[in-house]
Structures are given as C-alpha cells and as structure tokens.
Design a protein around this ligand. Sequence first.
Ligand SMILES: [Zn+2]
Ligand SMILES: [Zn+2]
Length: 409
Amino acid sequence: MKLEIDLGQLWSNVNKMGRDKAKITLEPAPVNTGGSGSPNGSGGSGGPEGDGGGRSRQKHEPAVPIEGGALSEESFKIVEGPGGLLQKDGQQIMMYMPGHYPERFEKALQDGNDGNRMHVAFCIHLEKMKQNGNYDTKYFATQRIDDQFSIHDNKSDRKGHAALKVCKYCLNKLNYDGYAVPGRGKGAIFKDFSFEAFFERYASFFSSHPLREVPRTPQEKGYTKDWAEVSRRYRASRNYCCEECTVDLNDYQYLLHSHHVNANKQDNRNENLRALCIDCHSKQPYHDHMLVSVEDRHLIAQLRQRQNMPAPANWSHVFDLADPGMNGVMHFLQHNHAPIPVVGQDIQDESEAVVATLELAWPTAQLAIAITVEDAVAARQQGWNIFSVEQALATPEHVLGALRQSRFT
Ligand SMILES: [Zn+2]
Ligand SMILES: [Zn+2]
C-alpha cells in the first residue's frame, strides 16, 4: 500500500489547528478589576438583590472570556452577530488589529486615540477588509473592558497595552446613542463611550457572557453584611412593585432589586433606597453593572401588559421601557417622527399561547422590530411584518415606508 501525503497541506492544517486553539483563550481577561467593576449578574442565585431563593436564570454554559485571540479567516467571515454586533461562539466580542507600525506603536502607548480602533460592530471598515480578503491573523477578538488592549510593534517584538478608542464607523452603524442622528453631538458620544456600558447595553442579544458568570459575595460587591435582609424588608415595604414603572413583581420577586440612589452601598437609609425591576434598574445611573437577559426583559414586558399598564405616550417613555439594545433604532425612529410603538408586544397563536414578544410593535399595522430570530419567525407565521434590529438600522427607510403605507398607524 502506498500512502501519499501532501506535507505542505498537512502542515498548514496543523498550523491552523494550533492557531485555532490559541485563539480560545491566551490569558484570562481581567474583567473584574477593583471594587467599582463588579458584575451583578441578573438575579444570580443567593445574590443580595433577588429573593435568595436560588431562582437563577443562568442556565447557559459558563462562558470562557475571549481575550487577544487571533481570528482565523473562517471565524472572520462569521463574526457578524445580532443587531450588527460582533460575535464569536455565541458571545459578544470586539475586534482590533494589535499590530502597529513603530511610530504609531509609541504614540498609541502614550495616547490610545493615536492607535488602531476597536471595532464593536461589523462596520464598513471591516466589511471592506472582508471583501479584500485582508484579514487573516491580523485581527484579534477580545472582551476586555478595562481599556488595556494588548498591542505590539509590527517591526520588532515590542509589546504593550494601550487604551485604544472605539471605531466611529461602528458607532455610526449602530447609531449608538443616536450617533448618526443630526444634532445629537457626535464628539460627546465618542468621548463618553465606555466599553463596559457598551457590553451591558446589548447583553440581552447574547445568550452567554463572561461578565455574567463571575460569582461574588455581597461583601465583595461592597454591600453591608445584612444587605440581603435590608433589601428584602425594603422591597416588601413597597409591596414588591417597581417604584419606576410600577410593575407588580409579587410573583417574580427575584426580578425586583433594591437600588442605592446615591451609589453608596453602605448607605441603607430608606430614603437612599428604591425598589426597581431589573429592567428599570439597568437604566439607572450608578446601577452597578447588570447584564439583563432577553428572557427577563420580556417577562417584565409581559407583566406590564397583563397588568394593563398604559402604553408609552412619548418617545422618552419608550426609551424607559424598551430593551437598551434598541437604542440606535429608537433614536432613528424618534428623529424621523415615526408613530409611538408599543413595547414588548405579546403575539399569541390560535390556542392563545404566547409565541413571541416583539420589542417595538405597531399592532394596528401588524408591523414590529424583533430582537431574537425565534420571535421574528414565530410572529411572521402569525402574519406580522417583522424587521430585525440590524435591518431596521441598515434600511430604516423600509421601516418608515411600511409604517407610512399602513393607513392604520
Ligand atoms: Zn468599526
Ligand atoms: Zn420597572
């Protein structure tokens, strides 16, 4: 028997395997540095906020933080994720080129603004790279949120860390904080951008996230020893209703948190506490990092509907109620004077089972924007005209056109 082996092919495969392995995790991403950077999880079991009844919804596989892994040609092609964001293995990532030319490398170490950009969406720049086939081994995936991105000098083996800045094409693509809307102030939006807040905003678009998984005791998070009891007593005194949107969470007490208004977690005076559903809580200043799942947000939206809470009367109310990941879409629609949508519209099938929850919906026009593919598919089967978040951002004129065509809105 004669075996013919193409050694070149074999080596290229071995190299590829080695590279693929290396990109899984090179060093653990220090996502939780210092007291202020503590994740809260969404009602993690035994957490200080929830009812401590172990009603954790962390049913997903623990995620491995992705840090500094070179993207292969194949993974570059499939990084486009929900909402126009970037993903790898179901997790949200950012992408950047760590290699800099010597002079730029020096400058980037001093000021991250002079270095390569961090891509947070599949922007026109990445699109171009993909078309040119100009990506292999150049782009790295990362989830670091501490502004310490590994960079290196292309001409030597010098390495360092730089506080690289976000790509403006990406902000434009996502319409982040209304970046693409005239008069919103591009400069300030760019300047105020935080990677941590960014990951939080879109947390419900991804099923697993490393920030969600790190378990911390109440004391590690800066709470007082008796916080669990203080929080329980306070929420009971408010009849387990959200003090912001008024949703009644008696049957889902783990979705109600006690929030420290002045951000001082040692200050447990009644006047410094507010009972907030996790949706409203995540939209407060000083809310201590929360990654709220799409399931939890939808559950709260359903409860608000069932409890006959009034539909939003203006855009500011829509922003209060909707998933923060819809931010770019909402800024666009508001700017273009779209009719006010319903937030979290339930869709039922013939047997009156809820088959989908639509984030922004115009029921009389049977038109909506959905976050998950499952919601979109189920709603289309019920005759709805559904746009995804990325479709709404990429071709907003189609959404407006459909709304204007409908004589019912
Ligand atoms: Zn970009
Ligand atoms: Zn609320």
